[in-house]
Design a binder for this molecule. Structure first.
Ligand code: NAG
Ligand code: NAG
Length: 437
């Protein structure tokens, strides 16, 4: 018999929130390794395919396969594709799959390359089950031209979307009815320098979402709109405030959800690739065009095709107790017009917050104008500090957020932010404490 505690635990798994930038784990408690992901829905099950970068290398290790019915609780299945010595199975970035009903088979397309990205090919593998394992067919240059970051889009016909010609020209090329090869290019965005593409169709309009090329570093991801897959495509426009560089992320996949969609991006950390996190946000189309809804904690209702963002309680850093070398700086760019800097080397700020006797998500809003990552120590009620990573925010007056889950007691808690002696943390603007999820 299922005990009441068991039932409650089941509910809490089902209701798990999406927390962009946190370290996401699978149902076995292991870190999800599915970077540069692609998604496939079979019946009511979603499959997430991506690169396993647990070896912290850009070189091909495996294409992992995870399954879920709610997009939040993921179970790792067998690897879909693993390296074969002496072949061109050396993927990076993007893995995409489609089901071909004609052949009753799953067809995987991936960026197939050498370690210096010099080969610039696509690879194709096929299987009879969603997670495979897939049988590798071959790698080649589509229509004899480069293909690096790529994606697939199915709209009656299937299309390969890819960065071609040394990443200068972006092409949309129709696949044959087997999905084994490309046939004709239906659209080319010449000189657009796009990568990490995805297309989502809303109300009969095609929206191409892509980043520009800046290696592992983020840039402001863009959308282009067209009423035909063949274009003409509109001029580019931002999907998020440009200064945040898409909240330090790069598009990987865009999944339709009711009248909106989900932006599924990667927050790459090039020096420790396996610790790169996933940045998923609601993509709102109520203005007619896609705009990211920035939410530190949010929930999905797959059946209803809806999402809801979770509201927390904000606490300004400058209202905290400031000690040591820590100082307050002013700018209209900051919440409350102020930010606390020089955290570390004896400098700290302690903020009093209300807790609910539970593990709770806290979002740290900070500015890190360095091109490198910083980190901050976070100590609750004088306890052992945890270290929270703070990627560059893109400028000393640009504020982005990172989440940390902390065990709070009920009533008043103190949270102290500082850094190790060797470095300063990012400047802290405010924190938001979320209710237990
Ligand atoms: C794809 O089609 C081209 C042009 O017909 C052909 O030369 C090439 O061999 C095909 N590649 C594969 C992998 O089937
Ligand atoms: C924190 O950042 C500093 C560089 O500013 C780095 O030397 C240190 O290793 C980082 N600590 C952790 C735990 O990531």
């Amino acid at each position: 018999m299922l005990s009441l505690a068991g039932i409650l635990a089941l509910f809490s798994i089902v209701r798990a929130a999406i927390v962009p930038g946190a370290t996401w784990t699978d149902t076995s408690g292991n870190v999800i390794q599915a970077h540069g992901g692609g998604f496939l829905k079979v019946g009511s099950t979603y499959y997430w395919f991506g690169e396993d970068k647990s070896s912290n290398s850009a070189l091909f290790h495996a294409v992992s396969c995870y399954s879920s019915t709610d997009l939040t609780s993921w179970t790792r299945q067998n690897d879909a594709l693993t390296p074969i010595a002496g072949t061109m199975i050396s993927t990076n970035n993007i893995v995409e799959l489609l089901f071909n009903s004609k052949n009753q088979e799953y067809v995987m397309w991936f960026h197939s390359d050498t370690s210096n990205y010099g080969a610039a090919m696509v690879g194709v593998a096929t299987a009879k089950a969603p997670c495979g394992p897939y049988t590798y067919k071959s790698s080649w240059k589509p229509l004899n031209a480069d293909s690096r970051d790529e994606s697939l889009f199915l709209d009656g016909n299937a299309y390969l979307l890819y960065a071609s010609d040394n990443n200068q020209n972006f092409k949309i090329t129709q696949l044959d009815t087997d999905f084994y090869n490309v046939t004709t290019t239906v659209s080319e965005l010449a000189g657009s320098t796009l990568e990490a593409p995805g297309i989502v169709k809303r109300n009969g309009v095609y929206f191409l979402i892509a980043s520009h090329t800046s290696g592992w570093n983020p840039n402001p991801n863009k959308y282009f709109r067209a009423t035909s897959i063949a274009g003409p495509w509109s001029a580019q426009a931002d999907i998020a405030p440009a200064a945040t560089r898409t909240y330090y992320s790069q598009n990987a996949y865009d999944l339709p959800l009711g009248s909106s969609a989900i932006y599924m991006g990667d927050r790459w950390r090039s020096d420790l690739l396996g610790t790169s996190t996933y940045i998923w946000y609601p993509l709102d189309f109520s203005s007619g065009n896609p705009q990211i809804i920035h939410a530190d904690v949010w929930n999905l209702n797959i059946a209803a095709g809806t999402y809801s963002t979770v509201t927390g309680t904000s606490y300004e850093a400058e209202a905290g107790t400031i000690s040591g070398s820590a100082t307050i700086a002013s700018s209209s760019a900051f919440s409350g017009g102020k930010i606390v800097g020089f955290l570390g080397n004896g400098g700290a700020v302690t903020i009093s917050v209300q807790g609910s006797n539970a593990a709770q998500w806290i979002a740290l809003y900070y500015a890190n104008g360095d091109s490198t990552w910083r980190n901050t120590t976070v100590s609750v009620n004088g306890g052992t500090p945890v270290v929270v990573q703070q990627p560059s925010s893109g400028g000393g007056q640009v504020v982005i957020s990172v989440p940390v889950e902390l065990q709070l007691r009920s009533g008043t808690n103190t949270i102290t932010f500082s850094a190790g002696q060797s470095n300063y943390a990012a400047d802290l603007d405010k924190i938001i404490v979320f209710p237990p999820s």
